[in-house]
Write a protein that binds this ligand. Structure first.
Ligand SMILES: NC(=O)c1ccc[n+]([C@@H]2O[C@H](COP(=O)([O-])OP(=O)(O)OC[C@H]3O[C@@H](n4cnc5c(N)ncnc54)[C@H](OP(=O)(O)O)[C@@H]3O)[C@@H](O)[C@H]2O)c1
Length: 323
């Protein structure tokens, strides 16, 4: 098969060993489309190595057709159109993945659009409703609101009854986030978000992919019993915590990564998506937000685009010629 290889500064679509027959609990997928994530850029740069046992090939989510199933897999059949959450290996013609991480397409969603669903909706669900245990009405401060993850969080939170305040990098992105259901927003190039979030009413949870000096600011807008869920380090890995706030306001700081979770935890997340989010996608209440697509051979150009911070929603890679 062909897959993307990292060759110095280049990404090359080249021959690669096939993943091999599926284990008893696995599914082998002929990949049609791969979703691109910010983590792929970090892995390419050497900063986010795959967990032990995972494919070295980039790519955390795909859509495609089932090529083969393991002996114990009963809910999927050869030829089924599916999408899958991966630990790696998506930028390739074939990928092997535990069946627990594979879902049928939501009703009415194309194979193309489905490639951008697993990673962002799994991240949104796990962090909002499992890590932070959000209750209806609790308020969210969401950084990088127009990102792939952000566009999923805004829509999911609105559907679940959780108001959202976003921070983003342009006024146009604030408007785009409001169109998806955010109540209010702040352009991060206009200084600190703290006063604007306090004026909005503060937050019970912050979904923070930035870290760095955002953590201290997050702390000062958190209501009592608030949770900061740290999911990324785009602003740096060093920070200053105010332990006084943490103690007196009973705050919690939670570090969270989806990729390294055991399959059993990913199964819980995927089951929740199938039960709660898939019907919302099928009814049109939640939509896949796709910014643009590139051919897999142009993966480097797609990464340049993501890196520019100009994207809104997902960037997809077309892997199969017929897709
Ligand atoms: N822990 C996990 O399990 C997990 C899972 C998935 C994603 N993530 C993290 O979630 C974040 C979003 O991922 P994604 O793939 O959806 O990203 P994406 O679509 O590439 O969007 C990232 C956005 O972040 C903003 N940004 C970039 N640098 C920033 C900085 N220094 N400070 C503040 N904002 C900055 C930019 O938007 P603006 O210019 O508009 O602000 C950029 O468009 C990433 O940090 C990713 O690593 C974590």
């Amino acid at each position: 098969m062909k897959a993307i290889a990292i060759d110095g500064d280049a990404l090359v679509w080249t021959d690669h060993d096939e993943p091999g027959a599926p284990g008893a609990e696995d599914v082998l997928i002929d990949v049609a489309w791969a979703g691109m994530n910010r983590a792929d850029l970090t892995q390419r740069a050497g900063g986010y190595p795959p967990p032990p046992g995972a494919s070295e090939i980039l790519g955390l989510e795909v859509s495609g057709h089932v090529r083969a199933v393991g002996d114990n897999v009963t809910h999927l059949n050869v030829g089924d159109p599916v999408c899958a959450l991966l630990t790696g290996g998506g930028y390739a013609e074939q990928v092997r993945v535990p069946a627990a991480q594979v879902l049928p397409l939501p009703g009415g969603i194309s194979l193309r659009d489905a490639a951008g669903l697993p990673e962002v909706f799994a991240t949104a669900w796990m962090n909002l409703y499992m890590e932070a245990s959000l209750k209806p009405g609790e308020r969210i401060l969401l950084h990088a609101g127009a990102s792939g993850v952000g566009t999923a969080v805004i829509q999911l939170a609105k559907a679940m009854g959780n108001p959202v305040f976003v921070t983003v990098g342009s006024d146009a992105k604030i408007e785009a986030c409001k169109a998806l259901g955010a109540e209010a927003g702040w352009n991060r190039y206009n200084g600190s978000f703290v006063d604007a979030v306090k004026d909005w009413g503060g937050a019970d949870m912050v979904l923070d992919p930035v870290g760095g000096d955002y953590i201290h600011q997050d702390q000062s807008v958190l209501n009592v019993n608030g949770r900061i869920v740290l999911i990324g380090l785009m602003g740096g890995r060093e920070t200053q915590l105010d332990l006084g706030y943490m103690l007196m306001k009973r705050q919690r700081l939670i570090g969270s990564t989806l990729r390294s979770q055991p399959v059993a935890r990913k199964r819980e997340v995927m089951d929740a998506l199938y039960e709660t989010v898939w019907p919302l996608l099928a009814s049109g209440e939640i939509k896949p937000i796709i910014d643009r697509e590139f051919a897999i051979e142009d993966a480097a150009a797609a990464m340049d685009f993501l890196k520019s911070n100009d994207s809104q929603g997902k960037v997809l890679l077309r892997v199969a010629e017929s897709a």
